[in-house]
Structures are given as structure tokens and as C-alpha cells.
Design a protein around this ligand. Structure first.
Ligand SMILES: Nc1ncnc2c1ncn2[C@@H]1O[C@H](COP(=O)(O)OP(=O)(O)OP(=O)(O)O)[C@@H](O)[C@H]1O
Length: 678
């Protein structure tokens, strides 16, 4: 017995319930009818074709015969490409049997063209007769012949090309749907458009000095903080502070719990030049928002890429939290894990109590505390500050943000789960979602080189972000093209063409002859930093120090302090000191090694010309680097980089001592290597 019964649809006749045999007969009859109709159509096509193609030359017919002998198959309507190839090799009209109605119409067109070309031929013949005489006439006639032959070929080509076009543009003529043909379509280039919030930011004035705003003119800053600012020597706010502080304060105008009108507050992104005062732009409003708090909980978390930066920001927070009973704790690995744990919380009566309102952390240590410290809770977190945001996005592979988000939205302990505040991850706003008291998490992003790449920013999961920027972008800006940034107003940029061997002499010339101290000098690796430091030290006459991961965190801190105090004339550093570090009084930055990326350049040169002051930046460029580097700086929106030539004669007097120093350097490095091996 058959397991399956397969029924085939045999047309309307198949539905009447008759036997298989009668169905087969009906189908056969139908096919025969169709074949007859087709045959009649083909015959009528053939007749029409023969009547219209009398102008075809004998030569063409012979070619056609040849093709038939070869057994070539011209049924290429299904394969337009193949047809084109074949036609180019073997030009002949298609078989009348193959012609459909569409082909006939096409044939009419072709015949018209042929007639036109015949006229051309006649015209050309007459021309030649009129223009030439005597012996020349014969030659001219021969030339005409070849011309005509060429013409014939052209006519045929036009015909076949036209027929291909017809077939391709109007597939219905062939009766087949032609698949593919994509290469023929003109594909419109996708116009990338920035999202509105990125394309139309709130504009921040770039020029600090002529746009200072008196503290009392900025709405929302309480008198306590105003006095604190003044006691710290700040009487006016910089443009970025005057714009951003009121915006953040507005989002907490109805308390910490929920944004205005019950909506979650918008996240804030700030892109402003180096040294423009971004730190106070988040410290002031956040401190003010916390001043009235009753219970101590971690409500502010600031994440920074390096220990030095975390320490710097922690210092500013502590300065403004002082006297407001707010506690600031740093988690950056400066202290042991247990010591940081003790600073974060204490256990009273079996319940963990937070000892920190504001936590300033580096990503690694932060994740350690989230995972291993039960006394560290982010359940009440209200502000997440991401400083040097573009760098922090690059370090997203450490998944620190997802760990923070997890800790914020999913309380780990049962006691926390029954908290009166219900946290919900950002989602469509409905009346129901707004009914319980909400503790929103607001993200505040800051950078001098904030990316405009929406794909990168998307990783941060921003909620209705608002951008404050000193860079005006167009809505049509291509996010993939090189981004433009603003340079500090007081910065003057130079490049110094040089050779590799002259670089050490140049830096010595800058410090010993041109007296450009203090100089912050950047190299591209810690080895290069160390070698240059040794060389300068051996040369003598300069107070130099190095700054890189070769040093312990405490040594690095001490070095920065001594540099700021003026005890060090030349600080040779890796990019460890390129970002965010605020060292008072750096007059000159030297890029001993040219930076590879524009962001690195902007942050390095931004260590000078801070807070509206002036500063100089020099970049030593080898011949091969010049073109690419200058283009990169220009494309990024630099107001102009000047050429500074140091004549070889100016370095001559230092050369003998330098040669001697190189020998000593070789021995010192050998000694260091030997020491390492032991
Ligand atoms: N309103 C102000 N008046 C005077 N000085 C200020 C003011 N605001 C900030 N400063 C000073 O300006 C300097 C630069 O500030 P800050 O470090 O915040 O800049 P930044 O924009 O964060 O720079 P970077 O992008 O390099 O990190 C600091 O020394 C700070 O004390």
C-alpha cells in the first residue's frame, strides 16, 4: 500500500474526477493545441520578416549560412551577455523561427536604420564623384568601397546592439523574465546623513577670553558653590561651563528622582577644545545636585582612562565637595583593593552602608569592585560621567559599560530588590512606566575629540542625547570622512623639517639655545622616551625626566608634580601624558616623533595653550612624513601650521659633544641590558 498519494494539478480538466488515463489524454490535447498556436505565430512572423528584410545584402546571408554550418546557437535572449559576445564574433540576423512579436517590432526599427544608412552610402558615393577627378577617381572609388564595407559592418553592429538593448530593456518582448542585469543599473550612492542631534548641536563659543561669563549670570549655581569657585580663583565661567552647567542643573530641577515632567533626562555629550574647562562643567552641577542628599549612596560615577587622570578629576571633585558633607572615593589602583573596599562601605549591624557619594574610577578597578565587592552598589547611581569619552569608547572591549549597566539595573541583593525606587532600563515611555518613582541614570560624555560616528556612539546606549559642541557640522556631513575638531585659540603650530640623526640636536637646541623651557616632549614609544632621556642626561646642562609606563604610578605622580613646580625643564613622555593632564605653565609642546593619528596630535598639543593662555607646538618631521602629516592636520581643521627651519649651522657647535654622548649612550644601554639579564 502506498504511504503517500501525490496529486498533481493537471489544469481545470484534471478536477473533474475522471481516471488517470483520461486526464493524460486531456493534457496531451491541450499541449497539442498550444503547439499549433505557436506554430502559426512563427509562420506569420517568418512571412513578415522575409518581406521586410529584402535590403539585407548577400554578404550577410553568406555569413548566416556559415553560422548555420557551424551549428551556432543564437537563442541568446535568455543570456544577454552571451548574445553580445556571439554577436560581436558572428553578426547575422536571428532565425525567423526565433522571432516573436517583439522581435518583429524591433526588426522594423532595424530596417529603418538600414534604409537610412543606405542613403548615407549614396551620399558618400556622390561626394566622392564630385570631389575627385582623373586618376584619383579610381583610388577614391576603391577607398569608398572599403568605407562602405566598414559602414556595412557598423550598420550590422548597430542593429545587433539595438536588438540586445531591446531585449534587455523590454523583457516582455521575449516572453522570458530576464534575471540579473544588475550591472546595467546606475546604483545611487548612499548619502549618509548624521542624526539631527549630532548635526545640529548647541554651539559653544571657541574663543574663551572674549566670551567669559560672570558666575552670577549663570542660572542655577547656588551661592555656596559660587563662593567656592571664587575662593578657587574662578570669577568667570568659560563658554562650555556657561552652556553645560545650566543644562545639567535643569535635569535635576525637580530632584534626583525623575526628570522634568516625568520624563527621563536627556544624556549630555560635550565636545570642546583641550583646556576649555570641561572638568568644572560636570563637577559643579553634579555637586550641586547632591548637596541636599540625606542618605549617603553612590550617586555619581566618573570613569577615566588613566590613573593620573582619575587622580586629577578626584582632586577637583574633592575640592568642591569639601564643606558639603559629600564624600569622594577614587578606585584606580593607587591603593590596595582592600583599602579601596574600606573607603567605599562599612558594615553596621549586618547591613552595608555606603561611605561614598562620588566615585572616580578607571575601568579595570571599577569592574573588579562591581564583581568582587559586595559593599559596592550602583543601585542609586544618578550620573555616569565618561570623560575622554572617545578613548573610553575605544576601550569598550573591556565591557566595563555593560558591567556598570548591569549593576545599575539589576540589584544583587534581595534587600536592594525591594527598594522603594524602581529602576527600569530606558524603553518607550508610557503612563504605566512612569507611575512608580524613577531613579534615572543620566550619562554625561566629555572629550576634546568626541567622535561624530553614530555607530561608535551607539555603543553607549544614549537616551535622547543632546550635544554641546564648538564644531559646526553639516547635516550632510559624511561620518566616514575625516572629522574636524577645534584647536585652542591661543595655540600656534609649527613643523620643523629634519633628518633622523639631527632630532636629538634639535631638542637640545630648543632647550639650551632657544630657552623654550618647560618643554613637554612626546615620543612614540617608551623605549624611544627612555633613550632620549638617557641621551639628554648624558649630554648635560638640562634638567630632564621621563614619563612612561616604565615608572611606577607613584614615580609618575612625583614627576608630574616636579614638572609643574618648574624643577624639570624637559619632560620626555609617551602618550601617557597626552590626554587630559592639566599641567600649569607648559609653554611649549614638542612632537619629537610625529603622531600617527590626528586625535593623538590634538591631545598632545593641547597640553599647552590651556584656559585661554597662549602656547607653542612644534612637530619634528622627516621628509617622507611631511606631506601626509600636513594634510592630516589641515583636514582636521587646524587654523594653520607654520614651517620653522633650523639652519644646520645653528647645531654645529653642539656636534662634537653630541658624538661623544652617543658613544656613552651605547655603553649605558649595554649596561642596562646586562643588568636586566642578571
Ligand atoms: N572658569 C575658569 N576660570 C579660570 N580657569 C579655569 C576655569 N575653568 C577651568 N579653568 C582652568 O582651566 C584649566 C583647564 O581645565 P580642564 O582641565 O577642565 O580642561 P579640559 O577642557 O578638561 O581639557 P582637556 O580636554 O585637555 O582634558 C584648568 O587648569 C582649570 O583649573
Amino acid at each position: 500500500m502506498a504511504l503517500f498519494l501525490i496529486n498533481r494539478y493537471l489544469g481545470d480538466e484534471g478536477d473533474d474526477g475522471s481516471s488517470n488515463e483520461s486526464r493524460a489524454k486531456a493534457l496531451l490535447a491541450k499541449l497539442q493545441r498550444k503547439a499549433k498556436v505557436k506554430e502559426q505565430q512563427s509562420l506569420s512572423c517568418q512571412e513578415e520578416y522575409q518581406s521586410k528584410t529584402t535590403v539585407e545584402s548577400d554578404r550577410v546571408t553568406s555569413v548566416k549560412k556559415k553560422r548555420k554550418n557551424k551549428g551556432g546557437n543564437l537563442d541568446v535572449t535568455k543570456h544577454p551577455k552571451k548574445r553580445k559576445e556571439q554577436v560581436n564574433q558572428d553578426v547575422s540576423p536571428p532565425d525567423p523561427e526565433e522571432l516573436s512579436e517583439g522581435d518583429n517590432a524591433r526588426k522594423k526599427k532595424d530596417t529603418k536604420k538600414m534604409q537610412l544608412t543606405e542613403k548615407d552610402k549614396d551620399g558618400m558615393k556622390q561626394k566622392s564623384v564630385h570631389n575627385k577627378n582623373g586618376n584619383l577617381q579610381e583610388a577614391a572609388a576603391a577607398a569608398d568601397k572599403t568605407e562602405l564595407l566598414k559602414n556595412d559592418e557598423m550598420v550590422e553592429k548597430i542593429q545587433t546592439d539595438q536588438s540586445i538593448q531591446d531585449t534587455e530593456t523590454n523583457p516582455s518582448q521575449t516572453g522570458f523574465t530576464i534575471l540579473g542585469g544588475f550591472e546595467k543599473k546606475i546604483i545611487q550612492k548612499v548619502q549618509r546623513v548624521l542624526p539631527k542631534w549630532l548635526a545640529e548641536p548647541d554651539v559653544i563659543q571657541r574663543d574663551i577670553t572674549s566670551n567669559l561669563v560672570p558666575i552670577s549670570d549663570v542660572p542655577g549655581i547656588c551661592t555656596k558653590l559660587q563662593r567656592k569657585l571664587e575662593s578657587n580663583g574662578i570669577h568667570h565661567l568659560f563658554p562650555v561651563q556657561a552652556e553645560v552647567i545650566p543644562a545639567i542643573l535643569e535635569s535635576v530641577s525637580h530632584g534626583l528622582l525623575i526628570g522634568r515632567g516625568g520624563y527621563k533626562p536627556r544624556d549630555v555629550c560635550v565636545s570642546a577644545p583641550t583646556g576649555s574647562g570641561k572638568t568644572l562643567a560636570f563637577v559643579i552641577p553634579v555637586i550641586q545636585a547632591l548637596i541636599g542628599r540625606v542618605v549617603c549612596k553612590v550617586r555619581v560615577l566618573a570613569v577615566l582612562p588613566t590613573k593620573e587622570l582619575a587622580q586629577q578629576v578626584c582632586k577637583v571633585f574633592s575640592s568642591y565637595a569639601e564643606g558639603n558633607s559629600l564624600k569622594v572615593v577614587m578606585l584606580a589602583g593607587q591603593k590596595s583593593f582592600a583599602a579601596e573596599q574600606a573607603l567605599l562601605s562599612e558594615n553596621r549591624g549586618g547591613i552595608s552602608h555606603s561611605l561614598a557619594d562620588i566615585v572616580v574610577a578607571t575601568p579595570g578597578r571599577l569592574v573588579d569592585h562591581i564583581n568582587k565587592n559586595d559593599g559596592f552598589s550602583l543601585e542609586h547611581l544618578r550620573f555616569l560621567i565618561i570623560d575622554e569619552a572617545d578613548r573610553m569608547i575605544d576601550s569598550m572591549h573591556q565591557s566595563w559599560l555593560s558591567q556598570v549597566t548591569k549593576a545599575v539595573y539589576r540589584p544583587r541583593r534581595v534587600s536592594e530588590a525591594v527598594s522603594i525606587f524602581k529602576r527600569t532600563e530606558p524603553a518607550p515611555i508610557t503612563a504605566a512606566s512612569l507611575s512608580p518613582p524613577q531613579m534615572p541614570l543620566q550619562k554625561l560624555l566629555f572629550s576634546a575629540t568626541l567622535t561624530q560616528n553614530p555607530e561608535k556612539l551607539q555603543q553607549l546606549g544614549l537616551h535622547q542625547p543632546r550635544l554641546f559642541s564648538s564644531v559646526h557640522s553639516q547635516s550632510t556631513t559624511n561620518p566616514e570622512s575625516q572629522e574636524r575638531f577645534n584647536f585652542p585659540q591661543g595655540l600656534t603650530e609649527y613643523y620643523v623639517p629634519c633628518t633622523l640623526s639631527k632630532k636629538p640636536l634639535l631638542i637640545l637646541h630648543f632647550i639650551l639655545r632657544l630657552k623654550f623651557s618647560p618643554i613637554l616632549c612626546f615620543t612614540n614609544s617608551r623605549e624611544a622616551t627612555h633613550r632620549l632621556f638617557l641621551l639628554v642626561q648624558l649630554f648635560g646642562g638640562v634638567q630632564a625626566a621621563e614619563f612612561s609606563s616604565r615608572l611606577s604610578p607613584n614615580e609618575r605622580m612625583r614627576t608630574l608634580k616636579e614638572f609643574e613646580q618648574g624643577k624639570i625643564q624637559l619632560l620626555i613622555s609617551t602618550d601617557a601624558a597626552a590626554r587630559g593632564i592639566d599641567i600649569n605653565g607648559v609653554k611649549c609642546v614638542v612632537n619629537y616623533d610625529a603622531p600617527q593619528f590626528i586625535r593623538t596630535y590634538i591631545h598632545r598639543v593641547g597640553r599647552t595653550a590651556r584656559a585661554g593662555k597662549s602656547g607653542l607646538a612644534f612637530t619634528f618631521l622627516l621628509g617622507v612624513q611631511e606631506k601626509k602629516f600636513l594634510q592630516m592636520v589641515k583636514d582636521a581643521g587646524s587654523p594653520g601650521i607654520h614651517k620653522q627651519i633650523v639652519m644646520p649651522g645653528n647645531l654645529k657647535s653642539m656636534e662634537p659633544r653630541y658624538e661623544q654622548t652617543l658613544l656613552e649612550l651605547g655603553n649605558t644601554i649595554k649596561g642596562e641590558k646586562a643588568k636586566k639579564r642578571v
